[in-house]
Ligand binder design. Sequence first.
Ligand code: ZN
Length: 300
Amino acid sequence: MVAAHLNGEKRPVRELDQTTTDPDIVDSSAGAKKQKTDEANDPIEEPEEPISADSAHVKESLSTVRDDFVRDLTPLQTRPVKVCTLNPPVDTDGLSWPSKGARARIEQTPEEAKARELRIAGAVKTILTELGEDVEREGLLETPERYARAMLYFTKGYEDNMRDVIKRAVFEENHDEMVIVRDIEIYSLCEHHLVPFFGKAHIAYIPNKRVVGLSKLARLAEMYSRRLQVQERLTKQIAMALLEILKPRGVAVVIEATHMCMVSRGVQKTGSLTITSCMLGCFRGQQKTREEFLTLLGRK
Ligand SMILES: [Zn+2]
């Protein structure tokens, strides 16, 4: 699927140097065919002339596109609202796409944290009973509390925010070659079935005078994966967050993951791997850059 990008028709050079809510440039490749069609039909994707990174004209036209997009959606909502396209990566309180109760979790006292854990454990006890289990048998006595703690750990990313994760690890550096960190292990929970999906993330960017400490890329992936997710959104969120932090010339994120909801039930395709990608800036517009990235990933 990834390789299919390379066979695409000739694209206009397109570099974006700012975060945008333009839904088109953050479209992940759910399917190469679909993406191709989208691009072909979308006038935004085919600018009349190549656009350069820092032109005021581009910024102006982008904000117009964004305004139009939002206005078109409200109140008719002709297209489903997407969390990644309508919300910027960093919201006002810095939680970076928080869940509804994330703020309450962060600010809770130790007593409140304990009470939360007990409430979850109570709910788990109900589930166990409904499954036909004997919650009083020895093996299950502490399972509800244990599961509560495990779930809180699996979703601890809600308590992290981009600023704390990155801290002071952004540096001015005159490096303009591709930076790739590959094979970052990720563990996440599918929000549709509450079962794990896990695999590897590969993150690349081309700096524009700013670089970030390499370990922070893994931390960023960890922050977004320790939440209830779908793989497509996880991929976009990592890419858009990096775009926001570094304002690089381009960002590419590829995630390959195994979904337990897929391999352990239903169709039972035990070997199946789901691959998603999100290419922004020059990775999206320049075939050479994209090719170099995929070659370095060993995907060619
Ligand atoms: Zn699932």
